[in-house]
Ligand binder design. Sequence first.
Ligand code: 26V
Length: 819
Amino acid sequence: MTTATRPATRAAGRTAPQRSELPALARRALAQRSDAPAGDACWTALASAARELLAERWAATQRADTRRGRTRRVHYLSMEFLMGRALGNALQALDLQDAAQAALPEGAPPLGEVLEHEPDAALGNGGLGRLAACFLDSFATLGLPSFGYGLRYRHGMFAQAIQDGRQIERPDTWLEAGSPWELPRPELRYTVGFGGHVRFEGGQHRWEPAETVAAQAIDFIVPGHGTERVSTLRQWQAEAAQPIDLTAFSRGDHAQAGQQRLAAERLNWVLYPDDSTPAGRELRLRQEFLLVSASLQDLLARHLREGGDIHQVGRANVVHLNDTHPALAPLELMRLLLDEHGLDWDAAWQATHQATSYTNHTLMPEALETWPLDLVERLLPRHLAIAYEINHRFLDEVRARFPGDEARVARMSLFDEGQSHHGGERRLRMAALAVVASHKVNGVSALHSQLMVDTLFADYAQLWPERFLNVTNGVTPRRWLVQANPGLAGLLDKHIGAEWRQDLSALGALRAKAGGKRIGAEFLRVKRAAKARLAAHIREELGLVVREDALFDVQVKRIHEYKRQLLNLLQVIARYQAIVADPGADWVPRVVVFAGKAASAYRAAKGVIALIHDVARVVNTDPRVGDRLKLVFLPNYSVSLAELIIPAADLSEQISTAGTEASGTGNMKFALNGALTVGTWDGADIEMAEAMGVDEMFVFGLRADEAARIKALGYDPRLYIEGSRVLQQVIDAIAHGSFAHGDPQRHRELLQPLLQHDPYLLMADFDSYLQAQARVDALWRDPAAWAASALRNIAGMGGFSSDRTIGDYLREVWAPPAR
Ligand code: 26V
């Protein structure tokens, strides 16, 4: 019988890493240079040494997994993996940090600086992509037979520059100098088709694509920690099946001769940098199909190579959909099983359904993917026919269960008949497809999963209640605690022992010690050192000097209306006005830090960035304010910048309108690093508060049900403005151009919607937010009490490791199907 997927640590197991190897390798590389070793040369030497060691471990892992017996293999399909830098993580995994430091020759910069020479691998937008990267870390560390599957984008997330207070997007060029973490796999190459026709012959359908590209595998290695296992992110790169059309070339038609190559290169050209509105563009659909088709062909080839029975492919393998972006997978798997492997419909569907599971990451209606049928038909004619057949059978099931309810049938159909918002166009609904094809569908926090079955998927949940569940997100403590905050990690070792490094739930032991005088003082010292590092970065980056003993109040994440950076900014303005009105009062000094990227076409988000800069110019130069308040926007938020910012935060802002933030994962990273949270009752904040004790969090604002009710009853933001003198003054100041630098029209576009509709209820939550911030100030005045609460926050975070999350998936989503 197939057993539940479980760590296979024996063959490439937990043995001590070979500590002596890296210095020799690195020295050799460094010795080849005659000039003084600059940071980038040191980086290259260390990276190639680490690569060599990891490549050996990777090969051993592959061999071990081939002999994994009947354990299911997990295939995690995602259009995004936001990996960040790898060398620091690799040295930690190899336990070679000290050796690496020692290997650096005289005159070389310190290891910390050397590591900064690595460009981030930013093949993701935000939360969804970073979650996938944390999962890979857990796959490797838990020893799970698995593959991450993604695309090798030449240009990842754009780099953000700020010019005159406005965001400028610059192309990301992470691959320019190549990547030492990649292992090209020339023997792994599959043909992916687009367009063309379907022929029916001898009882078999056969798709004859008009165009084909070759999908080339390039493996990105992912080291495990406390184990020799190394996991694989298999990235696909499209290449021309025929690199040059020589006939066209000889007749002098060079454009035509290079046509195929350009078409293939376009597929890997760039990551879609929008995480809010579906990119209803042909190139995106082609990218999604490239990922899906190459990954499934690879899966099937491996299954058969290892002697698997094609009928058992769904028992032996998991195909997990990270949101709907890879939701063509069930259609492609059906096509391969029906047309290429000759299974009948029922057998193919059983295997597909057994293999497939799906995670939903957002309820925002504007982010739900649908594709126009004429586009799907043109690019993927066979897949559309399969979707029709799936739908036909599925709707029969719906009709049998709910006779006569044609309204319900229309709501549940895979096809949007298009009377609605898309100008009458008929469309394929990817979320519906993912739900129908999957045996399990999960949300990413308790509240989100509940709202998912109450709203977005209510009809499906009535039909199949057992299909839906929650798996709360988590983050890897290797990167987000051990690597980002070694000072805090050392403090934890000293006071509760090192067990938490293997099993994060051991952090619970900190709770009983949190009130201690010594540990509190040590914690504040560690925090202060991290703040000094961030302050230095702020000085270098912006030329702004901030007080290191101020309260560092931080909101870093994608800029979105629902995340309400604007609410935070309104509160900053209120504080500014209050300071100016009474500069002599005993103010808690604050440094308010923002960072985050706006999608390039998202006007409201860009307006927020502009307003932050406009307000900062006024506040930071007002002599009446001095160092009581500084407002900082750090450009180009990224994984590596997060590793600098998060350990330095005293206060974490998690202030989305309740019911909108599916989970959040930044919230977890902050709390794990001893920041207190000011937050709404939303996403995973709720579970965090319950784990650490609700009184340990500064909770404010409407709850999700209250927010829904207020909106249903007809919400009028002006009533709240009229009811709050402070809010009125803040709005007036913006409206009257106090931050407009001589251009009174400047903030109209941002303000008007707030006064008229305010869909994210900023006005309704403002007073409550201000009160929560007053409670923050009050606790800050008592450093010992603050430190004790911060330590209790950390103590409560044991459940938010991505190891726990992956354990949940293994038990509840990826367990083998019953006979
Ligand atoms: C949508 C699109 C639309 C087309 C262009 C590319 C693109 C990329 C991403 C998305 C969906 C983004 C959804 C997302 O990131 N959700 C976040 O997922 C996190 C991990 O579960 C969760 O913590 C956040 O609360 C949630 O916003």
